[in-house]
Design a protein around this ligand. Structure first.
Ligand code: GLU
Length: 598
């Protein structure tokens, strides 16, 4: 039995039998209990995982603020949700400061090596297939997550990095109870994981994914966290962890017996040393008298959610029939995605017309193309936000390229009223599939978020690879303020569907009379300027579907689930509501510090 893999202890076995009944095998351990909704005082935490949420709540209970708790939760997710996030990845951190009433953001997006150019993913004159790029050193960007943690704590936290990482270190060392989601995510990736001995021995012990109910430990990751606690993030950006990352990317440690062609990347220790998490002004959109803050470029999240909201200001969604509401929702993102694809990339490389994309005149010019009775034909063309012309249809249409769909979002609020919405990722489920030998974490494949070649021949693509460039993201951690005070915050994984999920949660909460937990639970649809919107089966099962189809809306149901949102809301009486998925991705975990009746 490998060292990191243990059967449960007798104590856990007894507890399982006592709490869960005789149907539970005597060897099964008791998972940390979880609930998708919690209400009370003292602060709130919502994430996809019960252990991570419990760690965050404990930080708040011990007097830490929302930033301290968010970093502790994120580090714990690196242990329990390692196929979505961890020190090998990147993300975007949005923070509301209760003292100043201001929203700040940190861009912890991965960067391409300085040797990258726009042909990074072109081989023999042709773009690589996504499947060939994803499991490779070529797709690995410089991780931004450790720098984000250190920078967030330095700017707004009250605790050291060491103290914030310790609970996650302990969790990695003592282990957590495997659930079905963890097992399934490994099973989904078993073929490529088994090609790398370091990944295989960690996640496929004895050749198979660990079974639900057993305890999983990751001592290498515990040691990595301990090293970051002792030496700070320099251990990664300028030290031995970084040297291991560069070596692994340059020579992916594939089993010699495997036929997998894991292309090497050019990421160097110099690239790691050059990395910075960047503080950026948030995006801001006014919607129905509220202030919606989000993540600016290189994420397209805040700009695209904001443009869609501005478009929807033109329609009375509160009083619209459900079919009309859904029609406007689907059409708003059809147009907003056309503009996103044409204009948004890393602002260090392209001139992103951010202010103009969020201009109400521009949104009105797009709304003018939307019909209540007839879906537009996708792909629709982008328009120029710098010269908004009423009802101008634009010229060359731009479809939305593929993006991986698996990351994680956490939302935290503290007793002072500070709020964090933080989405972090290693891109694809399982990232590049490469665990850094001896370090216990997976490397990202974030660079596959670049366009491999221009999406529309002859039209400039702002998202081609470049030296040190950050690939465009869709991550959309969002904080909504009412008169400068937090109302609610939310975010989700889901690649490009993050944008539509966050928008749908906002609209459900603000316009359709749903509580935050019901807005999160509602059936989802994602129209991203393609002929058929991606929808969940539950969306199709609604009585409005036939009417929407009669208006020209097309639907497709793959993949089965869209997103895995979390959120927090400040209720009118001062209590916090924490909300997570009741079903998707095996259910999320919401907690408050001092529960009170709902
Ligand atoms: N790579 C995606 C992005 O940055 C996130 C992946 C996901 O949501 O699963 O937009």
């Amino acid at each position: 039995m490998p060292a990191h893999w243990s059967r449960t202890t007798l104590v856990l076995a007894v507890a399982a039998v006592l709490t869960a009944g005789a149907a539970v095998p005597a060897t099964a351990a008791t998972p940390t209990p979880k609930s998708p909704v919690a209400v009370g005082f003292g602060g709130a935490v919502a994430s996809i995982d019960a252990d991570a949420t419990a760690i965050g709540t404990q930080v708040l209970r011990d007097g830490g603020n929302a930033v301290d708790a968010a970093v502790a939760v994120a580090a714990a997710l690196g242990v329990t949700d390692p196929f979505s996030a961890g020190v090998g990845g990147g993300g975007f951190f949005v923070y509301y400061d209760a003292k100043t009433h201001r929203v700040h953001t940190l861009d912890g997006r991965e960067t391409a090596p300085k040797t990258a150019d726009e042909n990074l993913f072109v081989e023999n004159g042709k773009p690589l297939a996504f499947a060939d790029a994803v499991t490779s050193g070529l797709s690995v960007g410089v991780p931004g997550t450790p720098a984000t943690w250190a920078e967030a704590l330095r700017k707004w936290g009250t605790r050291s990095l060491a103290k914030s990482l310790r609970p996650a270190e302990n969790l990695a060392r003592t282990g957590f109870v495997v659930d079905q989601t963890f097992q399934t995510q490994i099973a989904n990736n078993a073929a490529r994981f088994s090609a790398f001995p370091a990944t295989r021995s960690l996640y496929l012990p004895g050749g198979a994914p660990p079974a639900p109910g057993t305890v999983f430990k990751n001592p290498d990751l515990a040691a990595t966290y301990a090293q970051l606690e002792r030496s700070g993030v320099d251990a990664l950006y300028r030290g031995p962890i970084g040297a291991d990352i560069a070596r692994t990317v340059q020579k992916p440690p594939v089993d010699p017996a495997s036929t997998l062609n894991a292309r090497p990347g050019n990421l160097t220790t110099g690239d790691l040393a050059a990395y910075r998490a960047i503080e950026r002004d948030p995006t801001h959109a006014r919607y129905e008298g509220l202030d919606v803050y989000g993540m600016p470029a290189p994420s397209s999240g805040g700009l695209t959610v904001g443009e869609a909201l501005n478009i929807l200001e033109n329609f009375d969604l509160k009083h619209a029939s459900k079919a009309d509401y859904l029609q406007y929702f689907l059409e708003s993102t059809r147009f907003a995605f056309a503009d996103r694809n044409r204009w948004i990339g890393d602002p260090a490389f392209v001139d992103v017309p951010a202010r103009e994309l969020l201009g109400q005149r521009f949104a009105d010019s797009r709304a003018c193309l939307i019909s209540k009775d007839k879906a537009a034909t996708s792909p629709v063309a982008p328009a120029d936000p710098r010269h908004p012309a009423a009802c101008a249809a634009g010229s060359v249409a731009a479809p939305t390229p593929y993006e991986g769909e698996n990351t994680t979002h956490l939302t935290v609020a503290d007793k002072w009223g500070n709020v964090v919405a933080y989405t972090l990722t290693i891109e694809q489920e399982g990232g590049s599939g490469i665990v850094v030998p001896g370090r216990g974490f997976l490397l990202n494949n974030e660079l596959t978020d670049f366009s491999f070649t221009p999406v529309t021949p002859g039209v400039p693509d702002p998202n081609l690879p470049g030296p040190g460039k950050r690939p465009r993201s869709s991550m959309a951690p969002t904080i909504v303020l009412d008169h400068g005070r937090p109302f609610f915050a939310t975010g989700s994984p889901g690649g490009a569907s993050i944008i539509t999920t966050v928008l749908q949660v906002i609209l459900g909460r603000l316009d359709r009379g749903l509580s935050l937990e019901n807005a999160i639970a509602a059936p989802r649809a994602s129209q991203r300027n393609s002929a058929a919107a991606q929808v969940e089966q539950a969306f199709l099962d609604q009585p409005e579907t036939a009417e929407l189809q009669a208006r020209g809306q097309g639907f497709s149901t793959a993949p089965a689930e869209i997103g895995a949102a979390t959120g927090v809301e400040r209720l009118r009486d001062g209590r916090w509501l924490a909300a997570a998925e009741p079903v998707r991705r095996g259910q999320g975990a919401a907690q408050v510090v001092w529960p009170a009746r709902w």
